[in-house]
Design a protein around this ligand. Structure first.
Ligand SMILES: Cc1ncc(COP(=O)(O)O)c(C=O)c1O
Length: 394
């Protein structure tokens, strides 16, 4: 009979596009004994998770819950609930995840009106406005805040105003931004926002925090046609998360424990300190890489601190370098996707993984590899530059 050994794998330094490293406190919380999903103690935990999520999303929205599923389940939830077959939604497409939004819409018969932009650039407000002027019968606008495939941070405020003034539902993907860079749901007039647990929240993958404004809730309640998903029907799921506490599906108990602990860690750190840490580590990394003649892929004003994309120097073998990073130094980074394959590296500095220790170790490892490859003449300059940058803060 075949035997299966105990789980065995190397612990990695996760500096790719996600998941990020998870604090041992979060892992420990998942080993707590099982409890019923209607147990009064568990219900208290769900209320705390909702409170902490509202705090993180910077919203007063009552309808703020974690969806059982990864970030894509949050994406699907938002579109399937907020819009109906035949409705138009203007979608910014400047990377993989804007494209995915369009695919999800098409599955539900929602018509995506695409604003295509070069990968690596943000969607321009004037293009959003012009597209809306040509499509005044649209019901919403959807943007990806942190485009993980390119490392672009999309400004949201102006679009929020356009949506407010024209009674449109503003949908925002914050899978790679929530917990790492500011996400101000109420201030920016966002109506439906989803994220994922495995990136800047530093929790394992498996839940998708979502929040809906009153405007979005009203639109969902006034739908003419039924929601075309059973599992993601928010009118039913809401009955478990509200005071009614009616069973819809069994809450993933241990994942909720993990999310509570991850959110508690963020709460202890505080939002401003956390955002400053992400920014500082991203800047240090870019300073170090520039010193090694590796240039950022995105213009400074639109760089996402949690996902740093840089151009692979000419003549350098993408796969060889990433393999060496993984096999010799235990570091995972991401490759480019689609047309950017072999052209950029995506270096994640998310949540627990966003640390001075990781930045310095990564730069040192990359310098050694690039020295061996003959791209650099000496090692240590990039690391020294980052250290010098850090010392300016003390
Ligand atoms: C911006 C963005 N949106 C959506 C998703 C989908 O999330 P998941 O892979 O957790 O389903 C991802 C995943 O990387 C993402 O980066």
């Amino acid at each position: 009979m075949k035997e299966y050994s105990d789980l065995k794998f190397k612990e990695r330094i996760l500096m790719g596009p996600g998941p990020s490293n998870v604090n041992p406190r979060v892992l420990l919380s998942m080993s707590y004994p099982m409890i019923g999903h209607l147990d009064p103690d568990f219900l208290k935990i769900t209320i705390e998770v909702q409170e902490l999520l509202r705090w993180l999303f910077q919203t007063k929205n009552m309808f703020t819950i974690p969806i059982s599923g990864t970030g894509s389940s949050g994406m699907e939830t938002v579109f399937a609930n907020c819009f109906e077959r035949g409705e138009k939604v203007i979608i910014g497409v400047n990377g993989v995840f804007g494209k995915r939004m369009c695919e999800v819409c098409e599955k539900y018969g929602i018509i995506p009106v695409k604003i295509e932009e070069e990968w690596g650039k943000p969607i321009k407000t004037e293009d959003i406005l012009n597209t809306f002027k040509k499509n005044r019968d649209s019901s919403g606008i959807a943007l990806v805040h942190g485009e993980t495939s390119t490392g672009v941070l999309q400004p949201l405020e102006d679009t929020g105003k356009i949506c407010k003034e024209n009674n449109l539902i503003f949908v925002v993907d914050t899978v790679t931004s929530l917990g790492g860079v500011p996400v101000k749901v109420d201030e920016w007039n966002i109506d439906a926002c989803y994220s994922g647990t495995q990136k800047c929240i530093s929790c394992p993958p498996g839940l998708s925090p979502v929040t809906f404004s009153e405007k979005a809730v009203k639109k969902i309640k006034n739908r003419k046609s039924p929601i075309e998903s059973w599992y993601l029907d928010m009118t039913m799921v809401e009955k478990y998360w509200s005071s009614e506490r009616i069973y819809h599906h069994t809450a993933p108990i241990s994942m909720i424990f993990a999310l509570r602990e991850a959110l508690r860690i963020i709460f202890e750190e505080g939002l401003e300190r956390r955002f400053a840490r992400h920014k500082k580590n991203s800047n240090a990394l870019i300073e170090g890489l520039k010193k090694m003649k590796i240039e950022p892929f995105v213009d400074e004003d639109f760089r996402l601190a949690s996902l740093n994309s840089v151009k692979i120097p000419d003549g350098i073998d993408d796969v060889k370098v990433r393999k060496e990073l993984l096999n010799t130094y235990n570091i995972e980074i991401g490759s480019g996707l689609g047309d950017l394959k072999g052209k950029i590296w995506r270096i994640g500095l998310m949540g627990e993984s966003s640390s001075e220790k990781n930045v310095v170790y990564f730069l040192g490892a990359l310098e050694e590899i690039l020295l061996k490859e003959g791209f650099l003449n000496s090692a240590g300059q990039g690391t020294a530059k980052a250290l010098q940058f850090y010392s300016s803060f003390s």
